[in-house]
Write a protein that binds this ligand. Structure first.
Ligand code: AHM
Ligand code: MG
Length: 334
């Protein structure tokens, strides 16, 4: 036997880090792992379903309409949380309102999960990486009652755990419980996530910047200055950086975690609040970035310090290697 460490074993080992841990958080993480394996399986079949077995919107043999993959993913995760019994409610990008689970077990549960089941879903049709992002909080309402909107609208610093799953050339799950960041790669031959990236650290600097530069003239002029800095021979590296924009937040973020880099999605004149959602896109990735030594800001304030006011609130995002984020922020003009 090799010294392979599965996600399951790792989670159980780490449970001891938390005094009075009762295993509920560990079970939620396991539920996420199982649901994401199912989503990974569905993602791998997406091209087949679309182009060989019949397009989305077509009817299957049972006469049911085939659903879009992001809706399927949403249902997989909701089912996992509803059946798992450790979560009293969820909020997701796919649902206008949060969902409070009504069973007695759920009402007695301590946690809520906020997630984007399949981010970057416009990339599905062109066979480009997509991801799931999740954030876990302790409820603020009393156990024994239904989850409330206040349970969902908590500040990012109160996250208990957060992570993402990247459906890329391999499927990876990366998460933190506030004691570092660890990454696991799905071995399809045994159906297990195995520890492949222990104690991940984001390089303090790098040479890749990711931004939709189509927006360059409709955002803060300091961002144009920053991209010019990236493209110049006069920057800190003495040579132009590489522009890398996948348009799939998890994939761009993950690359920057490994190689060093910055991802920018600013507010623009057409989207004055930015595009990305605070609760289930920015906050979880900000928690991971900081745990790995990186930074995450709106340009004006630390992402994790924002007190949310709305479930689907959007915020500008500058995230990645510490020195690169600091440099970009220093050029912003207010
Ligand atoms: P989505 O939640 O609708 O998928 O949008 C989020 C995605 C991110 O993954 C990606 O970085 C960004 O939107 C791309 O936006 P744009 O096409 O405006 O550059
Ligand atoms: Mg999204």
């Amino acid at each position: 036997m090799s010294n392979l460490i599965t996600l399951n074993e790792f989670i159980m080992d780490r449970q001891a880090d938390f005094t009075n841990a009762t295993g509920e958080l560990s079970r939620i993480l396991n539920d996420i792992a199982v649901a994401s394996k199912m989503v990974s399986r569905d993602v791998r079949k997406a091209g087949l379903v679309d182009h060989i077995l019949g397009a989305h919107g077509a009817t299957n043999v049972q006469g049911e309409e085939q659903q879009k993959l992001d809706v399927v993913a949403d249902e997989q995760f909701i089912k996992a949380f509803r059946n798992g019994g450790e979560v009293c409610g969820i909020a997701s990008e796919e649902n206008d309102d949060f969902v409070a689970f009504e069973s007695e077990t759920a009402k007695n549960a301590k946690y809520v999960v906020l997630f984007d089941p399949l981010d970057g879903s416009s990339n599905i049709d062109v066979n480009v990486s997509i991801g799931t992002i999740f954030s876990i909080y302790k409820r603020t309402s009393a156990q024994g009652t239904l989850a409330t909107e206040e349970d969902m609208l908590q500040v990012g610093t109160d996250q208990i755990a957060a992570g993402y799953v990247l459906y890329g050339s391999s499927t990876m799950l990366v998460y933190t419980t506030g004691k570092g960041v660890n990454g696991f790669t799905l071995d399809p031959s045994i159906g297990e996530f195995c520890l492949s990236h222990p104690n991940m650290k984001m390089p303090e600097t790098g040479r890749m910047y990711a931004m939709n530069e189509g927006n360059i003239d409709i955002c803060n002029p300091g961002i144009k200055k920053y991209t010019q800095y990236c493209q110049s021979f006069e920057n800190d590296k003495g040579a132009p950086y590489s522009g890398r924009y996948i348009g799939s937040l998890v994939a761009d973020f993950h690359r920057n975690m490994i190689k060093g880099g910055i991802y920018i999605y600013p507010d623009t004149t057409t989207s004055p609040e930015g595009k990305l959602r605070l609760l289930y896109e920015c906050n979880p990735l900000a928690f991971i970035a900081e745990q790995a030594g990186g930074l995450a800001s709106t340009g004006k304030e630390r992402i994790l310090d924002i007190k949310p006011t709305r479930l689907h609130q959007r915020v500008p995002l500058f995230i990645g290697s510490k020195q690169m984020v600091e440099k970009a922020l220093s050029l912003l003009e207010y």
